[in-house]
Write a protein that binds this ligand. Structure first.
Ligand SMILES: [Zn+2]
Length: 99
């Protein structure tokens, strides 16, 4: 088997991570399980999760965000996520507009 470069490995893992997120979306009660799993595989190759994926779970307690366990507000050009599980806030910049 040819040795994969670091970047190829990371791309491969990113696909798996996206798959896990789509599974979590279909099955939000198991969301936390998927988040823990995908963090582990991402850490193995030092993959930094892209921001659209980071916003799908709490950065403090890693619980998966779905309907009732979080709130989103916008404040000063930031998206502020409030986690009902650990009662903490996560702040993310608004997406830069394309075009
Ligand atoms: Zn939390």
């Amino acid at each position: 088997m040819p040795k994969l470069s670091k970047l190829e490995k990371q791309n491969r893992i990113l696909k798996q991570v996206e798959e896990l997120f789509s599974k979590a979306k279909d099955n939000p009660t198991k969301g936390n399980f998927y988040v823990h799993k995908l963090r582990k595989i991402a850490m193995k190759v030092n993959l930094r999760l892209p921001h659209y994926l980071k916003q799908k779970f709490c950065k403090h307690c890693y619980s998966y965000f779905y309907k009732e366990n979080y709130r989103v507000r916008t404040r000063n050009k930031f998206m502020v996520y409030y986690c009902n599980n650990c009662k903490k806030y996560s702040k993310y910049g608004l997406k830069p507009k394309s075009s």
